[in-house]
Every structure is written in C-alpha cells, then in structure tokens.
Design a protein around this ligand. Structure first.
Ligand SMILES: N[C@@H](CCC(=O)N[C@@H](CS)C(=O)NCC(=O)O)C(=O)O
Length: 197
C-alpha cells in the first residue's frame, strides 16, 4: 500500500501515527504536495487532498477518517484504534476533533491569505474562536486522562500543527491540561518520527 502525504498535513500525520501505532508494516509513504496537483494524486483523489491511501490493486481510500477506519480493520495485534460503535460520547469527541483540525487548517489558510494581503479578519477570528472553545471544552472533559486511542492521536496532531503553523494562537491559556500532556508525548517515537518540524 502507498500513502500519499505531506509532512505538514495534520490529517496525514494522524494516519502516519496510526499505522505505526497499529504495528502495520506494509505501507510505503510517498511525499506529495497537494497544491502541485500531481497526476498521481489527481487520479487517486479528485479533490486533490492528502492523505490518500492507494491500496494493493490500485483503489484509493480517503479521507483521513476513512483511512483510519480502514487501517483499524488491518490490525492483528489486538491494538484498538477506535472506541466501540455505541460509545456516542467518544464518537462526538472524535467529530469535535475533526472539526478542530478543519478549523486549524482553515486558520492556516487564512493566515496565508493575509500574507498575500487578501485575508479576512472575520474568518480568522471565527477559526480562532472555534479552536479555542473546542480545546477548552476538550481540556475540561478530561480527555487526556482517558485510555489512548484515535482521539489522542488527533489531538496531538492538532496542537502540534497549531504550534507549527499558527504559533501566535495562545491555545495553552485555555487548555492547560492538554499543554502538559502534549510535551512528553513528543518524545514517543510514533510522534517523533512524524513531527512536522
Ligand atoms: N477531510 C480531509 C481533509 C484533508 C485536507 O484538507 N488536506 C489538506 C492538507 S492539510 C490538503 O490536501 N489540501 C489541499 C487543498 O485543500 O486543495 C481529510 O480528513 O483527509
């Protein structure tokens, strides 16, 4: 299998951490800048987004949630990536995390538009506020104390992405428990090997 990814993408990083976490070995990672509209990516994913997994036989799997769910089915060692289907609170938290990742990417794109002198202050604030409210909510929910699963992979990829791409956003003020939890995890090989910086 081949995973098309970019180093900075938090979505792709979540997938890259997950396959390592599941001890899968048959995945080749191939760098791909989605903004270059390369032929291989366009053929695999008409949306031209990474991550995109091309499985043996040539079919493509995207987006990141679908890839994560697919990888979870390949795990043989008993390592669980996902919570049970009827754990609605966990599922809702997972949706919240996907939304924060979208808002973080949206914020980064808006910052880029500001660099090109066409940013919108309203959209910048909207993304920032969504991120801060969500991280505060997750912090208070005690997510960092729960057993490790896909939600923690998402959370770590989000906060590292914010530090990397949106470093002026002071998220640590509203999420002190997540801030404490984030730092030592960076030493764990899953995260160290996939770090965007
Ligand atoms: N919903 C998608 C989002 C993926 C996504 O937006 N990836 C970004 C990189 S971080 C991308 O490829 N952007 C290219 C574009 O927006 O044209 C997922 O979960 O995989």
């Amino acid at each position: 299998m081949k995973l098309l990814y970019s180093v900075a993408s938090p979505y792709a990083r979540a997938v890259r951490v997950a396959w390592r976490y599941l001890h899968l070995t048959n995945i080749d990672e191939q760098l791909c800048d989605p903004f270059e509209d390369g032929a291989e990516l366009l053929e695999a994913n008409p949306l031209a987004k990474v991550p995109c997994l091309i499985i043996d036989g040539g079919a493509a799997i995207y987006d990141s949630e679908v890839i994560l769910r697919y990888l979870a089915t390949l795990s043989q060692g008993g390592t669980k990536l996902f919570f049970a289907a009827n754990e609605w609170q966990a599922a809702t938290q997972f949706s919240l995390l996907k939304g924060v990742m979208d808002a973080a990417f949206g914020l980064r794109m808006e910052i880029r538009r500001f660099e090109e002198h066409c940013g919108s202050q309203q959209w910048l604030m909207r993304h920032e506020q969504a991120i801060l409210r969500a991280l505060q909510h997750l912090d208070k929910s005690g997510i960092t104390a729960e057993p490790f699963d896909v939600r923690h992979i998402m959370l770590k990829c989000i906060v590292d992405y914010l530090d990397f791409r949106c470093s002026e956003l002071n998220w640590r003020n509203v999420a002190p428990a997540i801030a404490l939890w984030q730092r030592p995890l960076s030493q764990v090989s899953l995260f160290a090997e996939t770090s965007p910086c």
